[in-house]
Design a protein around this ligand. Sequence first.
Ligand code: C2E
Ligand code: MG
Ligand code: MG
Length: 596
Amino acid sequence: MSDSSSAAHEALMQFLYQAPIGLVQTTLDGEITMINPMSAQLLMPLAPRGDLSNLFDVLQGSAPHLRDQAAAAAYPGGEVCDGLRVSVGPPPIGDDIPPTLSIRLLRLDSHMLMCSVTDITAALRLERQHVEAELRDASRIDSLTAMPNRIVVLERIEHTLERARIDPDHRFAVLFINGDRFNRVNVTLGPAAGDELLRMMASRINAAVRQRDVVILNSQGDQTAGRLGVDEFVVVLEAVPSIDVAALVAQRLVDALRKPYAISGGLVHSTASVGVALGDGHAADADAVLQDASLAMREAKRGGGARHCVFEPLMKERAWRRASLESELRLAVQDGQLFVVYQPITHLDDGRVAGFEALVRWQHPLRGVVSPIEFIEIAEETGLIGPLGAYVLHSACRQFVLWQRQFDGGAPQVLSVNLSRAQLVESTLVDEVRHALKVSGMAAECLQLEITESLAAESPLIQSRLHELKALGVKLALDDFGTGYSSLASLHLWPVDVIKIDRSFVSQVTTSAHHRVLIEATVMVARSLCMGTVAEGVETEAQADALKALRCDKAQGYLYARPMGSEEASLWLTAQTRAQSQPGAVPALREPLQLV
Ligand code: C2E
Ligand code: MG
Ligand code: MG
């Protein structure tokens, strides 16, 4: 360097030193070689024990990866970070904006970095005031929760999307929150309690999002929480470093929303599911990101609710398949593509047929036979479960009466029909069952309605519906026992006659002492309450023997027969009756007849 250029460099350094903006020059390792008074003043609250010798040490708490990013940055003039927001302490009392710095770091050459530090607290406060002023506009506020409404939420997504279109590194996240079975509270406790629950949910969401911890601060952007629909809320995180941060916030929301709510003098238990979609500049528009988040929320619900789920492109395909199944199912119900198959339930002690369980099937013109696992949920969501359930009930009752006439003493004694949640909450269900019994001429005590364990535990409405059904004289069975939440200790609370022990337990009866003990305990408690027991999904002789030794009453499973169409079931019954009538004959025909 010549004398004159060295003097110029010295003058420049003096100029920068006194500049009213924070400037720091460091080595590649962050060792500070020049720091002007403004920077020293701004960074001092972050300096560990007042030590301002290394910039990366000073920023370690807020930007731990800065050292690596600096080493990887191109030079000369390569940007390590720009607009990195660093909070230097808690917000002053009565304010919710913490003192915040904006950091820009450039790599000058192979061994030097230059950093600018600006206090942006006032700018943030202005921005917040501007946003709040906008929000005060009544047309943009949800009157129940005082949250921003749909218009604002979409605007905020569009706003951050615009930023992402300019900056390829900019990421944001949309969190779609939906109450799990909110309607239950509305129906059982009344709309005033429903409104109160929504207000409390809104305030918990606001609190969870405002929580100014390291997750949110490092997200370097504004957050908006708004209400979209009845029990639909959305949180927009306008800048997030990664999906992990968004998922953390989502889980925090799930946790906050699952705590009991003190409403109408009692405690209401309610949970919510959250779908998370990460957006970048490639997203088509705000609606598309919102839709992705909503799809992920649906997956979270399908997984049992009270959880978060992150969007994956595969979910779109699944949703598409569901949508096409949905419209085809409508046709199927009208066009008679549904049919009922029957699986025998057998007495374990002597192998006699005890009854049949009716299971619905869908003969799809292109896809072949579709499993109820795929379409019952769709039928519930679309309201098609009403006609579908009525069809199964009427067909099965009719078939059962035919068998009783045909086989007389050898006829099955019980017909089991499954009920789903949506059927149980319908006020018309009891009349429908009464009607099916009447037109078929079937005795009420021969009909057994199966409800899944998790359903039975649910609400006073379902409990009273079960009692109404019992008053008709039909029997009730608790299906899939062991998979839900109810414990053996609470079995006495349910007005059921039979416990069906889930296949997941039965399949391990010969291999796991733990499962064997659970089955034994279930059988004992059921007996003490005068309830019968049926083991589901029995596939081997060894399982049947073990269940018999545990004093389980009945069994159902591929060992005896797979579900069969009505004609095959009639043939199966004929063979059974014949075998039973021959003295010393092997009691059960144990070859599966037809795979349906
Ligand atoms: P579920 O009521 O617990 O019915 C027993 C399921 O286990 C049936 O499946 C049956 O085919 C299967 N299964 C029986 N024995 C064995 C075995 O030994 N091994 C194995 N691996 N599986 C066995 P499916 O017919 O696919 O029905 C699945 C579920 O769909 C049923 O579970 C029930 O919850 C529901 N569902 C079926 N039909 C209806 C209906 O008409 N209405 C309603 N609401 N739900 C139905
Ligand atoms: Mg069942
Ligand atoms: Mg079951």
